[in-house]
Design a protein around this ligand. Structure first.
Ligand SMILES: Nc1ncnc2c1ncn2[C@@H]1O[C@H](COP(=O)(O)OP(=O)(O)OP(=O)(O)O)[C@@H](O)[C@H]1O
Length: 291
């Protein structure tokens, strides 16, 4: 989003990668994927030995522009490592990761990250925390203010701009963190169990918020979770990883039109949802059995 594009403009646009009759961002074989993982291997040295711990092995996956992909896998299978690689905080031992066709060579403003812990600066207000990401963009102060305000509105915190983190609930802090990551307009939003520390009710309402924000902005989102239900509720595709070393075991397409748009409909009780949840559960269970 440029400084002159407003969120209202974005909301009026179809999500990137969408075509008539297809879900926004559905993978398309002729488009350049936003993200491409090519035979990615990541190993870490084991301290005091000459051995290596292989966290990821031969992991291959494409994510289309505008897609919301969720990643689930057993604990320690390399999910956070994968996100670190996309963020450019670490480099693959083998293989490569391409963002819009170009290899990721380090951190950049084209990728925003939201962690489980909010990582807000306690001495800055909500507005100040959102402006933080914009300072790197070297925008004039007024412009930073405007964009930060718009993004606080986007995450439902219009009246809380002057509050400090200690004056906000966990869910509100995570909304600020999401606003901050989106404000500098990254191509890709990387989310590492962002709702795991929240109570069940707040988590569910933030899941709906995230779907709304995703529809409004058309961002490509890679979302890591331990929750099978969360993975199905949010993802257009659920990528199930194997136990360490992590690789893609299976990818499950999720077709749940209109999810998150009707607060009166308990989608999680819908037979289609329950069946998908069971498919993901079975894939994870089978992966564990094969360990
Ligand atoms: N910097 C590092 N040095 C050494 N080993 C590491 C490092 N980072 C991760 N690992 C190891 O790599 C493996 C994968 O870790 P990672 O945190 O990516 O898994 P995860 O799937 O995110 O786990 P969880 O679901 O429990 O959060 C683990 O065995 C971990 O101990």
């Amino acid at each position: 989003m440029t400084a002159t594009t407003t969120l209202a403009d974005l909301a009026a646009r179809p999500a990137p990668g969408s075509a008539p009759g297809t879900a926004p961002g559905a993978p398309s074989s002729d488009a350049t994927p936003r993200l491409r993982f090519e035979h990615v291997r990541k190993e870490f040295p084991v301290r005091g030995t000459r051995d290596a711990l292989v966290a990821l092995e031969d992991l291959t996956l494409d994510v289309a522009p505008g897609e919301l992909v969720t990643l689930v896998g057993p604990s320690g299978c390399g999910k956070s490592t994968l996100l670190d690689l996309v963020a450019g905080l670490a480099t693959p031992t083998r293989g490569r990761i391409l963002l819009d066709g170009r290899p990721v060579a380090g951190p950049g403003l084209d990728r925003g990250i939201v962690f489980q812990q909010y990582a807000l600066l306690p001495w800055r207000t909500a507005q100040g925390n959102v402006e933080l990401g914009l300072e790197a963009r070297r925008l004039p102060k007024r412009e930073r203010r405007r964009i930060a305000r718009e993004h606080l509105e986007l995450v439902g915190l219009a009246g809380f701009a002057d509050r400090y983190p200690h004056e906000l609930s966990g869910g509100m802090k995570q909304r600020v963190a999401i606003a901050r990551s989106l404000a500098f307009d990254p191509e890709v939003l990387l989310m590492d169990e962002p709702f795991a520390a929240l109570d069940a009710q707040t988590r569910e309402s933030l899941q709906d918020e995230l779907l709304r924000i995703w529809r409004a902005t058309g961002k490509t989102i890679v979302f890591i979770t331990h929750g099978i239900e969360e993975a199905v509720y949010l993802g257009q595709r659920v990528v199930v990883l194997t136990p360490r070393p992590g690789r893609v075991r299976t990818v499950i397409d999720v077709d749940l039109p209109g999810r998150g748009t009707d607060p009166g409909h308990d989608l999680r009780a819908d037979p289609a949802f329950v069946a998908l949840r069971h498919r993901v559960w079975t894939a994870l269970h089978d992966a564990e059995e094969e360990r």
